[in-house]
Design a protein around this ligand. Structure first.
Ligand SMILES: [Zn+2]
Length: 108
């Protein structure tokens, strides 16, 4: 397959820069300890000693986004927009539940 063209839509493609390539796949370990410190009165045995979560999102085709990935910027944009739409929806709902409740308790 000719890597000069997008395998999805057939348009000419450029080589992805390393920062963009790296940004298309995030797999971060997040400590929630600071969040827990905001709630110091939790009952014993209800949480981990070193609380951590894995935050993950990515765009892949056949297992990766290395320099050989032959997908054009336009097709990548479609994938990133789909992720953005999903994340924005979840973020709005969680923000409303978490911070909306906090705002209500401060105003009452
Ligand atoms: Zn394309």
């Amino acid at each position: 397959m000719n890597n000069n063209y997008c395998c999805q839509c057939g348009k000419p493609r450029r080589n992805l820069t390393e920062p963009l390539r790296d940004a298309l796949f995030i797999d971060d370990l997040i400590s929630t300890l600071q969040h827990r410190k905001q709630h110091p009165d939790l009952p014993a045995g209800t949480n981990e000693i070193s609380p951590q979560m894995i935050a993950h999102w990515g765009v892949r085709r056949n297992g990766g986004t290395d320099e050989q990935m032959h997908i054009c910027d336009g097709c990548l944009l479609l994938a990133v927009r789909a992720i953005h739409k999903s994340v924005s929806s979840v973020l709005a709902e969680l923000d409303s539940v978490v911070n909306g409740a906090a705002r209500s308790s401060k105003s009452s």
